[in-house]
Each structure stands twice: as structure tokens, then as C-alpha cells.
Write a protein that binds this ligand. Structure first.
Ligand SMILES: [Zn+2]
Length: 274
């Protein structure tokens, strides 16, 4: 069994403040440790379920050289390999080769979720709403659609209560979720201790991988339409004339294509890749 672990930092137990997730901040060191140990818990669970190949892909934009590079290599379980990418959704090789299941660890809720700890969608400074074929979505949907493009189901989502609720609404009741904290606001939460959170994530990963048919691979629909509402008008400027992307309002753009992956690449990836 080949298992992909795709992970973010804001949904980790004990991480409640932006300073714990921002490269260079004094609190970031603590955040990295908490993050890496939750990944190790998921790796142990995957191993126990029979995974023979486990690849971890961090998609947290920590800033500076730490973007997509927040995991502590020395502390990672040797049963996994880990990807450091230059842009989120750049690395697709493991999915292309054929991957049995994906585990999403450390997820946060979409922008605008009142009880979502550190809630945002893609960029707290630039983005607000994201819609796939008219449905308001967050980062769980981006990762699920990426996996779904290569027919790989997301079977586990861990994060705060709000992220788990969002994931079940998107992917259905067959999804296993592990909530490690309950938001009291964007920068406040009641947390499980890291020890308990890691036990639950290990169990959740092991259990979720017992039935790979519990969740359908996610496809937002064909043809695909991806809309983004930005925080202000200036952010649409770089999309003028972009292939496959239309400016549909003062702060809004829409990418359309036959399938989600083509639309997403046009919107998100093309300019940043060499
Ligand atoms: Zn993040």
C-alpha cells in the first residue's frame, strides 16, 4: 500500500497563534516540533495498517526558506520520505505513479469560519472566498481534488473541530476525522495535549486505511470552474491576460477548463514554475 500524507501546520494540537507557524518567529521552533510529531503519528498509523511506501508533502507557507519546508528532517520517522516543494500542488509524481490513499494532517478551516483556529484559504492576506463549481471550499478541498485527479481518496482528515466538520461535509460520512482542538476564536482554542492528539492520529490513520473504499476520490465536477474572491482589487491585476482565467468582478477571477486540475494549474501554478 502506498500512502500520501499531505499536511498543514495550523491544525496541529497546541498551535493556536500565527507566530507558531511563521518562519523566523521565536515561537516557530515549537510549532515545527509539534507539527513533525503529529506527522510521525500518522506515519506510525500508516505503517501499522500495512503501508509500504509513505510520502509526506508539507503545504504550509511558513515564509522565507521555510515555505513547504517546516518539518524537522532529523525528527521524522524513517519509514517515510518527505517532499520539499517550491509551490503547493507542484509535486504530483507520487499520485501519478498510483497512490492508494491520502491522509490530510493538521488542516484548518476555510476563511470566514468563526470557530476555525487560524482560519484562512490559501493566503490570509490575499484570498478570501474560493469556490469549486459554485461550492464554497477551503484547503481540504484543494488537496482532495489534487488527489482525486489521480483517483486517490482522502480517507483521514485531522485538525480542529471546524476543519473536521468542513471535511465531512465535503467528503461524506465515510471519512475518518480526528479533532485535536476546538476553536474559541481565530487565535484561541481548547486543545488536547500533544501526547493524546498523537495517539488519536495514529489510531485514526490505522483505522482509516482499513477500508479504502469508505470515501470516493473527490472530483469537484466536469467541466470545472474555480472562482477566487480576493481581499482587494489589486490582487486581480496579475491575472489579466492569463490563459484560461477570466476577471469576473472587481476582486474576483474565474478559471474554467474541462477538468479541475487543468483549471487549477492555469490559476495557481503556471506563473510560478520555470
Ligand atoms: Zn498552513
Amino acid at each position: 500500500m502506498r500512502v500520501h500524507i499531505i499536511s498543514d501546520m495550523e491544525g496541529v494540537a497546541g498551535i493556536v497563534r500565527a507566530e507558531q507557524t511563521s518562519g523566523g518567529e521565536p515561537l516557530y521552533d515549537e510549532g515545527r516540533k509539534l507539527y513533525t510529531e503529529e506527522i510521525n503519528a500518522a506515519v506510525r498509523g500508516a505503517k501499522a495498517a500495512g503501508a509500504k511506501e509513505i510520502v509526506v508533502m508539507d503545504h504550509h507557507g511558513a515564509g522565507k526558506g521555510w515555505s513547504f519546508n517546516s518539518l524537522l528532517p532529523e525528527a521524522l520517522d524513517p519509514a517515510c520520505e518527505f517532499v520539499v516543494q517550491s509551490s503547493w500542488t507542484q509535486y504530483t509524481e507520487f499520485l501519478e505513479e498510483g497512490c492508494d490513499a491520502c491522509l490530510l494532517v493538521g488542516m484548518h478551516a476555510m476563511a470566514g469560519t468563526p470557530d476555525g483556529v487560524l482560519n484562512h484559504t490559501v493566503s490570509g492576506r490575499e484570498w478570501f472566498n474560493l469556490r469549486f463549481n459554485g461550492v464554497l471550499v477551503g484547503e481540504t478541498a484543494i488537496n482532495a481534488a489534487l488527489c482525486g485527479n489521480w483517483n486517490c481518496p482522502v480517507v483521514l482528515v485531522t485538525g480542529d473541530e471546524a476543519a473536521c466538520r468542513e471535511a465531512k461535509a465535503l467528503l461524506g460520512d465515510g471519512l475518518t476525522t480526528v479533532s485535536v482542538k476546538t476553536g474559541i476564536g481565530a487565535g484561541a482554542a481548547r486543545n488536547l495535549t500533544p501526547t493524546v492528539a498523537r495517539e488519536l492520529i495514529e489510531e485514526g490513520a490505522r483505522d482509516a486505511l482499513k477500508d479504502l473504499t469508505a470515501v470516493e476520490p473527490y472530483d469537484p465536477g466536469r467541466p470545472a470552474e474555480i472562482e477566487v474572491d480576493f481581499m482587494h482589487t489589486g490582487f486581480v491585476d496579475s491575472y489579466r491576460g492569463r490563459n484560461g482565467v477570466e476577471i469576473i468582478g472587481p476582486r474576483s477571477i474565474c478559471a474554467r477548463a474541462d477538468d479541475w486540475w487543468t483549471a487549477w494549474r492555469n490559476l495557481f501554478l503556471e506563473p510560478s514554475l520555470p
